[in-house]
Ligand binder design. Structure first.
Ligand code: NAP
Length: 314
């Protein structure tokens, strides 16, 4: 009998249909069904589901779930609403996602490194002025978060000649990247960074991490790129750090509230480059075989992939 795998989501119809088609192609021995198409026996029979920002009410109607596979890398939203439920949460780990993020990190580090925000302003003022060139080897990039995305990004920056350090919760060792961990080492690192790139997940510990005290510790004139989660930044403190020249520029892709409301002062601040959460979108083409392989291994061998640590929050 074909296993029925619920797809529980709150996506637009067209995106949901794309996921179902891609998963069905990868899992011909399974029946991928949107939650609304399941009868009550099918809901009770499901032990695994694929999810994309699922409604907790829908998930609660699948009483025998052992695990759910998210099609996204960030899981803070799911943990907030589903952590109390007795099943494992598995997030997407896709090498293509890390590749795409590392491309974005390189692109926006280059944007800051080659002074593009300043040249844009000089052009607006019809000013012909040459800024001094800095060699990438003299530019110290600090990555907050050395996970799947942070490590790949760090290596890509090293390949492009930058001096790179990284910070994580647990100690790490990487060739050609200086690795730091824990709160104490953060201060030291911040005071030496020219460009800080955050690829941190949103947890109790990283929420509001980038606040007044954090910005006070950065080297005067440093720049920030936030590609992790918006709520790690205290927006009024960031604006103050920019206005006071503590920070020279910020590239923001993620926000505490998305879409960013039109009245937000971030939109028009000259020291901010604003992106609509585009640094690393999930690719259905590369993610669906990964999700499918995990489901096949579970159905054939009972193995649940490494899951999110609910107490740690990522
Ligand atoms: P990951 O593999 O779980 O890595 C997270 C990293 O953050 C790890 O190195 C972890 O330390 C570190 N970390 C967590 N809490 C910390 C703390 N309190 N202090 C210091 N370091 C801490 O996650 P990932 O796959 O690299 O993804 C990172 C985040 O990127 C996601 O959670 C998501 O929020 C964001 N993201 C954004 C986009 C976008 O388009 N903007 C796309 C995908 C993902 P340890 O190594 O010691 O565990």
């Amino acid at each position: 009998m074909r296993s029925i795998i619920p797809f529980v989501h709150q996506l637009e119809d067209s995106e949901a249909a794309q996921w179902c088609d891609a998963l069905s192609e990868q899992l011909p021995e399974c029946d991928i069904r949107q939650f609304c198409q399941l009868n009550s026996d099918e809901k009770s029979g499901a032990t695994v589901a694929v999810v994309a920002n699922p409604s907790p009410g829908d998930v609660a109607q699948l009483p025998n779930l052992k695990w759910v596979h998210s099609v996204w890398a960030g899981v803070e939203g799911m943990l907030a609403s589903l952590a109390h439920m007795p099943f494992e949460i598995v997030r997407l780990t896709d090498p293509q996602l890390a590749q795409t993020m590392s491309e974005a990190v390189l692109a926006w580090v280059m944007y800051l490194h080659r002074d593009m925000p300043q040249y844009r302003q000089l052009q607006s003022a019809s000013q012909w002025r040459q800024l001094p060139y800095t060699d990438p080897g003299d530019r110290h990039i600090v990555l907050l978060g050395l996970g799947a995305l942070g490590q790949k990004s760090a290596l890509r920056l090293v390949d492009n000649g930058f001096r790179v350090s990284g910070w994580s919760r647990s100690a790490k060792h990487m060739e050609s990247v200086r690795c730091y961990s824990g709160e104490q080492q953060l201060s030291e690192l911040l005071s030496e960074a020219d460009i800080i790139v955050s690829l941190l997940p949103l947890t109790r510990d990283t929420e509001s991490l980038m606040d007044r005290q954090f910005f006070r510790q950065v080297k005067t004139g440093a720049a920030l790129i936030n590609f992790g989660r918006g709520a790690s930044v205290v927006e009024p403190d960031l604006l103050k750090a920019l206005d006071q020249g503590q920070l020279s520029h910020a590239v923001l892709d993620v926000f505490a509230q998305e879409p960013l409301p039109p009245e937000s002062p971030l939109w028009s601040h000259p020291g901010i480059t604003l992106l609509p959460h585009i640094s690393a979108p999930t690719s259905i083409a590369t993610a669906s075989p990964i999700v499918a392989a995990n489901i096949i291994r579970y159905l054939s061998q009972g193995i649940i992939p490494e899951s999110v640590d609910k107490s740690r929050g990522y």
